[in-house]
Design a protein around this ligand. Sequence first.
Ligand SMILES: Nc1ncnc2c1ncn2[C@@H]1O[C@H](COP(=O)(O)OP(=O)(O)OP(=O)(O)O)[C@@H](O)[C@H]1O
Ligand SMILES: [Mg+2]
Length: 379
Amino acid sequence: MSISKQDVLNALETITVSGEGKNMVDSGAVQNVVTFADEVIVDLKLSTPALHIKKRAEADVKKAIHENVDGNAKVQVNIKIEAPAKPQNPNLIKGKPIKGIQNIVAVASGKGGVGKSTVTANLAVSLSKMGFKVGILDADIYGPSIPIMFDVAMEKPLSVNVEGKSKMKPVENYGIKILSIGFFTQPDQAVIWRGPMAAKALNQLIFDADWGELDFMLIDLPPGTGDIHLSIMQSLPITGAVVVSTPQNVALADARKGVAMFRQENIDVPVLGIIENMSFFTPAELPENKYYIFGKEGAKNLAQDLDVPFLGEVPLVQSIREAGDVGRPAALQTATQIETSFEEITRNVVQETVRRNENLPPTEAIKITTMAGCSAVKK
Ligand SMILES: Nc1ncnc2c1ncn2[C@@H]1O[C@H](COP(=O)(O)OP(=O)(O)OP(=O)(O)O)[C@@H](O)[C@H]1O
Ligand SMILES: [Mg+2]
């Protein structure tokens, strides 16, 4: 008797491809199933080129069919990779390129210490693994931590000549180009910045640097929602912002202020979504247990309340902290729960960026006309 196609589909519904969220039938990863006598051919479409995910998907399909349908079935799995669409910068479409930088995504939080820099670093790595060209601009004037998280704290950007102009060359590690305000300030030296000063310095780091072609530039913003943020946001053509929060009430209150800041009339930067960091703790020796130390699903509920997309959750894991401290972001490791969490978040960020660029005009940089940056005139 021939194997039933429906039985095969039922078996495939038990499998979730890493980072896809839904089971492989509902997510659309299963493109076609053909059965003939004891042979089964499954065509899959995956969006991640990572070899271990392809291998795992193939092994999972064979196992599910052998265990649930027919132990002797001859299973052939064909996998096609279809990388997520590259978000096109509407500026380019309108003929106003921002020097090869397609999308500028600001990472903000409101409250300090909730994991903005950690999320920025891992998001960058995860985007790069998906094949995007990525740069990070560390704009945290109070405590730039990206150089440490990428093990480049001792490096200094070189100067290069581009078409007769001297430009800064971003430092590079793990395929990510990096410029940090920390490369130009002394460690341990408190820097007093006013908004327009910070905005000017960051403008130079973007426009007087040789970034080359970037699909994404991530900006690690300083914590808070003050004058400095207004100036930074108004002076740069930011595609969208993601807001990081822990599920804790005090962090959520500040995240709410963060979203409100982006939505302010004289800023008007689209919020791509909220990422929940330190969502739960799972001890290595009890992998099934989840402890909701900072509360449960707070950021998810906030996203719903504010009507912005929820981009995903990052667990509280010792190795994430350790990886940051030694300068090798945790998402670089393959086949881990951390990699999967960041993959899912990254996929959502890309999707929301594509959606934003399809639906909204480019964000304009605004010329600051007063020191406080409160009254501003569009260019
Ligand atoms: N998911 C996580 N699991 C474990 N440790 C984490 C996690 N996220 C962040 N951390 C740790 O928490 C600390 C604060 O994180 P991070 O520096 O990324 O926060 P931040 O929001 O950028 O802080 P600041 O407001 O000072 O810029 C760091 O030591 C980091 O390693
Ligand atoms: Mg930080």
